[in-house]
Design a protein around this ligand. Structure first.
Ligand code: MRU
Length: 364
């Protein structure tokens, strides 16, 4: 069962095409980014969002930006004098500056920096090729990342669906579906794989204030995939857990520290606490690219603070008095002790995570 929408794609005429997630679910509109600045803006304003999706989009944005670097002309004279080295240096300095522009757009999801670094690394490795070939290789790599992400999500789905019972009422928070990835989804991918395996699945969809990714995006995706879903406001989760109507929780992640602490959409921590209090398994589905093994624990994960109007307004309409002070952290950190398993494309990690995660990541 493939998605019937495309989150992000490289077009034949060399632009980056995105489904505008700020317009869903009422309008299905695609936008085309022609410059790296337009890509950066689309990430910042969350026309595209979700950790793996912004990783792939940033890579495509950098490939797009690379096409505009005029190092050949600017540096031709010096290149002739000094050999190809200086030509590449000029190109690479411009490429790195573009990478920093993209990495500054949203700080929490490590996939974004991962996508950018992967392309920078490729460029460095290809330094002896003509620039025109380096530019083409960057496009090919970004496109390969899109296809790879879908394969990864399907593998994650297979590993994760085994954790769900034959009949399961699954609660999820935010959107970790096809829209948050290049396709199929992480947490939603696990749910989809279970449904595809013939399990009887019903999904509780947290609406996910302030930006309503659950109500606007997850509900839309599940409906289109034909998976039974019930939308609830965030403060209803405990009520249904207490009544024995939630069997399992599956969420995605934006960054996972070495000890298994998980940063995900604000409100995830509360869901994890509720799940633990009610003896409900709490699973996180995320690709290896979401691991940040350089961070010993979740306190080191940068938490994005977004604009106050996301809290004072809903759908452009003011719901709070002008002038009220607002806090708007976009993510929170769920301690590893509340996470029963982390599902990756390479298998399922369990505590102690500082052993299981580096092993799955292939660290010596
Ligand atoms: O602010 P967002 O919408 O980008 O936050 C998205 C989430 O928190 C997702 O759960 C996470 O990125 C995992 S997506 C597969």
């Amino acid at each position: 069962m493939a998605d019937d929408f495309v989150t992000v794609t490289w077009t034949p005429h060399g632009t980056v095409r995105l489904i505008d997630q700020t317009r869903l679910p009422t309008e299905e509109v695609y936008i085309e980014c022609r410059t790296i600045e337009e890509v950066a803006d689309a990430i910042r304003t969350m026309r595209v969002r979700g950790a793996p999706a912004i990783g792939v989009t940033a890579a495509m944005g950098l490939a797009l930006g690379a096409q505009t670097i005029q190092a050949e002309n600017f540096n031709a004279f010096f290149a002739a004098l000094e050999g190809m080295g200086s030509l590449f240096t000029e190109f690479f300095a411009a490429l790195e500056a573009m990478g920093s522009l993209l990495m500054r757009t949203r700080p929490t999801a490590v996939n974004l920096a991962w996508g950018v670094r992967r392309l920078l690394h490729l460029a460095r490795k290809a330094r002896d090729l003509p620039l025109v070939e380096i530019k083409a290789a960057l496009v090919a790599e970004a496109r390969a990342m899109q296809a790879e992400d879908i394969r990864i999500n399907r593998a994650m789905g297979q590993h994760g669906q085994g954790l769900l019972p034959e009949q399961a009422r699954v609660l999820t928070h935010c959107n970790a579906g096809g829209l948050a990835t290049a396709g199929y989804g992480t947490a939603v991918g696990v749910i989809r794989a279970a449904a595809e395996a013939g399990k009887r699945i019903m999904v509780w969809v947290d609406e996910t204030r302030p930006l309503l990714q659950g109500a606007r995006l997850t509900a839309w995706e599940l409906q289109r995939a034909g998976i039974p879903a019930t939308l609830i406001t965030d403060n209803m989760a405990g009520h249904f857990m207490a009544r024995g109507q939630v069997d399992v929780v599956v969420v995605g992640a934006d960054r996972i520290a070495r000890n298994g602490d998980v940063a995900n959409k604000i409100g995830t921590y509360s869901v994890a606490l509720l799940a633990r209090a009610h003896g409900i398994p709490f699973y996180v589905a995320a690709p290896i690219s979401t691991l940040d093994l350089n961070l010993t624990d979740g306190s080191q994960i940068p938490i994005e603070e977004r604009a106050p109007d996301e809290v004072t307004h809903i759908g452009g309409r003011r719901v709070a008095p002008a002038g009220i002070r607002v806090a708007n952290p976009a993510f929170d950190v769920t301690p590893a002790s509340f996470v029963d398993a982390i599902i990756t494309e390479r298998g399922v990690a369990r505590a102690p995570y500082d052993v299981s995660l580096p092993r799955l990541a292939g660290e010596a």
